[in-house]
Design a binder for this molecule. Structure first.
Ligand SMILES: Nc1nc2c(ncn2[C@@H]2O[C@H](COP(=O)(O)OP(=O)(O)OP(=O)(O)O)[C@@H](O)[C@H]2O)c(=O)[nH]1
Ligand SMILES: [Mg+2]
Length: 237
């Protein structure tokens, strides 16, 4: 009788010891202490943290004080930083977040549960519960991006630009990532259209601590362009 092969990935149940939380950090002095303390509190200090940092303030010092692995990089945009952080992480489950205290670090356990339940990507949907704390222009834009991505991908997605997601590291390693400001949308759309198990889950979204690093107009245009490019590339690849 032939035995069915089971990959190590399918056998494992991951714990916080298998988790790396990654983020770009750019002058986030006002938030980084809270974000890293929240991660430690939720995971009992067991998750690894990687910060790719372009700051001129005390952000990297605070990160190191909290035990994070800090990689210094000239500021070149969101996606350049987050991609470097994802590729530097060496544990099997990766979670992205912004370092601005907008995302609920007390949900890390739920994201890990989603991966253990078989998901390849668990994506935090900020818009499901209304995202009252989000500036109205951004909220409108994020709904529009989701409609655009849904129309072009043929799959209904609800929040394409969320900063909080969990990924199996194997998914991150198997795909070439090309986008910068639009990396968040790319990280959702490419796995979805390659038939990975991608699930959205509602999350709370809080008002930002410190100043935004995204210009809503030029950033929004870059994100729309990424969505169109990535959807077309994936559908015709
Ligand atoms: N290292 C690095 N980090 C960056 C850069 N640009 C943005 N970030 C970080 O990436 C994350 C996302 O940037 P945000 O300013 O929160 O962008 P956003 O979430 O679209 O906008 P908000 O609504 O203001 O939160 C934050 O943690 C930033 O510090 C960069 O050029 N270099
Ligand atoms: Mg943010």
């Amino acid at each position: 009788m032939s035995q069915q092969a089971v990959s190590p990935d399918e056998e494992d149940t991951y714990t916080f010891d298998d988790l790396t939380v990654v983020m770009g950090t750019y002058n986030e002095e006002a938030a980084i202490g809270t974000v890293l303390s929240d991660i430690d509190a939720e995971t009992d200090g067991r998750a690894n943290v990687v910060c790719v940092d372009g700051s001129s303030d005390r952000t990297p010092e605070i990160a190191r004080e909290h035990g994070a692995h800090v990689i210094e990089q000239e500021p070149q945009g969101y996606g350049v930083a987050v991609r470097a952080a994802l590729l530097a992480a060496d544990r099997p489950v990766l979670v992205t977040t912004d370092c601005d205290d907008t995302y609920p670090m007390d949900r890390l356990g739920d994201f890990l549960d989603g991966i253990n339940d078989g998901a390849d990507v668990v994506s935090g949907d900020r818009l499901y519960d209304g995202a009252e704390a989000m500036p109205a222009f951004n909220r409108f834009g994020n709904h529009a991006f989701a409609l655009l991505a849904s129309a072009l991908s043929g799959r209904r997605v609800h929040d394409t630009t969320t900063g909080m997601r969990a990924y199996r590291r194997t998914v991150i390693q198997k795909i070439d990532w090309t986008e910068n400001t639009g990396l968040s949308a790319e990280l959702l759309i490419r796995p979805l259209l390659r038939e990975y198990d991608v699930r959205e889950t509602p999350i709370a979204y809080a008002e930002r601590a410190g100043e935004t690093k995204l210009d809503p107009l030029s950033g929004g245009a870059a994100i729309a362009k990424s969505i169109v490019t990535v959807c077309l590339e994936e559908r015709f690849r």
